[in-house]
Design a protein around this ligand. Structure first.
Ligand code: BG6
Length: 459
């Protein structure tokens, strides 16, 4: 394996999934703090209690040898409400964390928006449903860019815009009528695109040396069969689930296919005159890649179904699991390392931008054994198979500059609590008992430490 010399071996988390301390030191409530959580599933109040364990966590990262730490800022900790006044204590929390990371030689890669925003903005004007959110996000981004100028040199605007725009509990799409909901979700995603481009432009003014880009959940879609209709269905699903929003991030416009698709369904977002200029004024420096599994598409003749949980359900396509892949408890679509290579080649061919894997991981239910260990050879297998594909991309000359497994430690799942774990570090708590949130290194921790030490020679 030939990884570049300064390859960014990293690991990922996000703010609401680890921090806890949901209402202290001036933090406003976030949308994820107030969303309904089913009985028996952990909420954000404590999460991994990273807010009180951050120094120990960074020490573990240093022991692991991380070159980069892909983390998130909590918007509502930094800018709690619609007055847009920064919270000094929130900034101070991140100051100490960022400074300690830098002291340990770990470069922070910071996500500004990862599935959550201040609830106050939703209450005041409907959050992303309103164009006021574009300026609120820009104000928040500007505070971060100015405050951390020179210390944070890599930024992510938005994590998985596709999911962020559509998830009802996270993105304010509480609308009964399915068509109106779809329309609103597209409008929300359009506002996010405008906000993202404002952030790209702002960073270039404030800190021209720093880099910025979106993180995309790459949705590799294979045709279920060689029937031309299935092949077309897979192509269309990828266009709408992945490329459509990345085209907005990179080129500031929808592809002809996506535009027509939206127009035909009366889903094209309302735009204003100034938008074209905003969207075309900037481009990202890199693309972050989140990849967990691939899916298959099969042609299904049926009327457009607005009443689906995801806005990407296409009219003539059904998304199904690949029958050739092995499924596990939490990975019901199976795992497919080759898909990571295929997906990244497609992204590079379309955008010609440097890429970093910002998330890739395997979820398993885990508990400490009598010796306080987690022997997660399954995770080691999953990660090494995927890292091999990244190595192949590097060897072939694709500009991949880093790899970050999800997740550095077990985190609160986006919606399934602590039963589902991805971490290299075990957090000793359950959904219903927060205990002390003690940290334990899993076997994958030591394995990944060697991977980093040998720059990917030992996998
Ligand atoms: C990614 C998100 O989509 O998937 C993470 O960026 C999330 O926030 C991860 O945790 C895994 O998904 P889940 O639902 O298992 O937590």
């Amino acid at each position: 394996m030939l990884f570049p010399k300064n390859f960014f071996w990293g690991a990922s988390t996000s703010a609401f999934q680890i921090e806890g301390a949901y209402n202290i030191d001036g933090k406003g409530l976030a949308t994820t703090d107030v969303r309904p959580v089913p009985e028996g599933i952990a909420d954000t109040k404590v999460a991994c209690d990273h807010y009180h364990h951050w120094r120990q966590d960074v020490d573990l990262m240093a022991e692991l040898g991380l070159k980069t730490y892909r983390m998130g800022f909590s918007w509502s900790r930094i800018m709690p409400d619609e007055t847009l006044v920064p919270n000094e204590k929130g900034l101070a929390f991140y100051d100490q964390l960022i400074d300690y990371l830098l002291e340990k030689g770990i470069e922070p890669l910071v996500t500004l928006y990862h599935f959550e925003c201040p609830q106050a903005l939703v209450d005041a004007f409907g959050g992303w449903q309103s164009r006021r959110m574009i300026d609120a996000y820009a104000a928040y981004a500007e505070v971060c860019f100015r405050h951390f100028r020179g210390r944070i040199t890599k930024w992510v605007t938005v994590n998985e815009q596709f999911i962020a725009s559509a998830a009802p509990g996270m993105a304010m799409a509480y609308i009964e009528d399915p068509f109106e909901r779809s329309k609103k979700i597209w409008q929300i995603s359009y506002h996010i695109s405008l906000a993202e481009h404002k952030a790209f432009s702002l960073l270039k003014k404030i800190d021209p040396e720093a880099l910025i880009g979106p993180v995309c959940s790459i949705q590799v879609v294979y045709p279920l069969s060689s029937k031309p209709e299935d092949i077309r269905a897979a192509m269309e699903a990828e266009e709408m689930m992945e490329f459509c929003l990345l085209d907005m991030s990179v080129y500031g416009e929808y592809s002809p296919f996506a535009r027509t698709w939206l127009q035909e369904r009366n889903l094209l977002p309302a735009a204003e005159e100034e938008d074209v200029q905003i969207l075309h004024a900037s481009r990202p420096d890199f693309i972050g890649i989140n990849y967990y599994f691939s899916v298959c598409a099969e042609y299904a003749e049926k009327p457009f179904d607005f009443d689906t949980s995801f806005f990407w359900a296409a009219d003539d396509c059904r998304i199904v699991a690949n029958p050739h892949l092995t499924k596990t408890e939490w990975m019901n679509m199976g795992t497919d390392p080759l898909g990571l290579y295929d997906g990244m080649v497609k992204i590079y061919n379309r955008y010609r931008l440097p890429m970093i894997v910002t998330e890739n991981g395997m979820a398993v239910s885990e508990a400490l054994d009598e010796e306080g260990k987690i022997h997660d050879d399954y995770r080691i297998g999953y990660l090494s198979d995927h890292i091999r594909q990244v190595g192949r991309l590097c060897e072939e000359g694709y500009p991949v500059f880093g790899y970050c497994p999800w997740s550095f430690m077990d985190v609160l799942s986006s919606h399934q609590g602590f039963a589902k774990r991805y971490g290299l570090v075990f957090i000793d708590r359950t959904d219903t008992d927060v205990k002390e949130c003690q940290r334990y290194k899993k076997d994958s921790f030591e394995w990944y430490r060697k991977v980093i030490e040998t720059n990917g020679e030992e996998l």
